[in-house]
Design a protein around this ligand. Structure first.
Ligand SMILES: Cc1cc2nc3c(=O)[nH]c(=O)nc-3n(C[C@H](O)[C@H](O)[C@H](O)COP(=O)(O)O)c2cc1C
Length: 363
């Protein structure tokens, strides 16, 4: 393996080396021909920066906030399932790394650690948000999880809206499961007497999601936590989200794992920012963020913050909580450096003046 990682992509091979063949495929894969998976990081390279020079950038304020909660820089961790398959400390290790870096974490409902254990492992000022799939809920398990999240001090619920069924991940389907999922706990999705199997996951996700806008209203009624919608990709849906009282929109294509052939998230960000203008809805982005300049580009196009999915898993594989922290600190350093090189001394300075597309005039 390479020497000490110096950029986010350097961590990826540590995950491949650490997990089984099927699991590596599970973490890496996108849906169908993986066009969107490939396009997410590539699309950032179609935008160029318009730097300003001879400004005093010796002191830079790279901090921001989401939903009123402070982040030391505008990058958080997106929800990814099953950190316990990568490291025995699972999401607790991830959360500690996030907390030490002054970042925020959206905990997947499909985590192997309980939301209470994750909450107990972070500093009090670390924003934790809980991701939910609104699965059919005769047993009341969803409402129980929401009450637990409220009691544990989670700051928001992040509802995944791009998964009415699960995307067809061909690469993973071709492989034989080579580990025992029943050996892991899923304290948010399973009742104590249930075990996780491929069939159980399918039953919970594929057959039973009956999510519509009505359910967002239901959610708003039963909780006072802010609701963020994750997976909106059009101005039309962004406007409906505003009407339904969303506090935030996470522009996401699920890291290319759901509908293949949708645009890279950075390519639809401006349309969504435009659609919610005049409301209080905050817009975030995930998908393919790997460089400090990617963060700056997303902020220039109107995102309040960005999130990373796979890179946190790579960091977890590299060195548990320290690895997650290291991935985030690298992004923090790169973002601060990119701000200086663009002539920005605070996050508020980053506007669309700093970004361009061919033929490279001002947009
Ligand atoms: C292995 C894996 C598991 C994921 N699990 C979830 C999940 O449980 N809930 C969810 O809303 N999104 C999930 N996602 C999508 C991520 O939240 C995020 O949108 C995506 O990873 C961002 O792209 P990136 O990996 O290029 O940073 C998952 C993604 C991966 C790669």
């Amino acid at each position: 393996m390479a020497s000490e990682p110096v950029c986010v992509e350097d961590f990826e091979s540590y995950l491949e080396a650490r997990v089984s063949d099927w699991l590596w495929s599970f973490y890496r894969s996108g849906a169908d021909r993986e066009q969107t998976l490939r396009d997410n990081p590539l699309a950032f390279q179609r935008y160029r920066l318009r730097p300003r020079c001879l400004r005093d950038v010796s002191q830079r304020d790279i901090g921001t906030s989401i939903l009123g909660h402070r982040l030391s820089f505008p990058v958080g961790v997106s929800p990814t399932a099953c950190h316990g398959f990568v490291h025995e400390d699972g999401e607790v290790a991830t959360a500690k790394g996030v907390s030490n870096a002054g970042s925020a974490m959206i905990l997947s409902m499909w985590s192997n650690k309980s939301l209470e254990d994750v909450a107990a492992s972070v500093k009090p000022d670390t924003p934790l948000l809980l991701q939910l799939n609104l699965i059919r809920d005769e047993s009341g398990r969803l409402e129980a999880v929401i009450r637990r999240a409220e009691a544990a001090g989670f700051k928001a619920l992040v509802v995944t809206v791009d998964q009415p069924v699960t995307g067809k991940r061909i690469h993973t389907r071709r492989k034989k499961i080579d580990f025992d999922p029943t050996a892991y706990s899923f304290p948010q999705v399973l009742l104590p007497e249930e075990k996780m199997t491929a069939e159980k996951a399918g039953e919970l996700l594929d057959g039973t999601q009956v999510l519509t806008w009505k359910d967002i209203l239901w959610l708003k009624e039963i909780t006072s936590l802010p609701v963020v919608l994750k997976g909106i990709l059009t101005a039309e849906d962004a406007k409906i989200a505003v009407k339904h009282g969303a506090a935030g929109i996470l522009v996401s294509n699920h890291g290319g794992r759901q509908l293949d052939g949708v645009p890279a998230t950075i390519d639809v960000l401006a349309e969504i920012v435009d659609a919610v203008r005049g409301s209080n809805v905050e817009v975030y982005l995930d998908g393919g963020v790997r460089k400090g300049t990617d963060v700056l580009k997303a902020l220039a196009l109107g995102a309040r913050a960005v999130f990373v999915g796979r890179p946190a898993l790579w960091g977890l594989a590299y060195d548990a909580e320290k690895g997650v922290q290291k991935v985030l600190e690298i992004l923090k350093d790169e973002f601060s450096r990119a701000m200086a090189l663009c002539g920005c001394s605070s996050v508020a300075d980053i506007t669309s003046d700093y970004i361009t597309t061919p033929p490279y005039g001002k947009v």
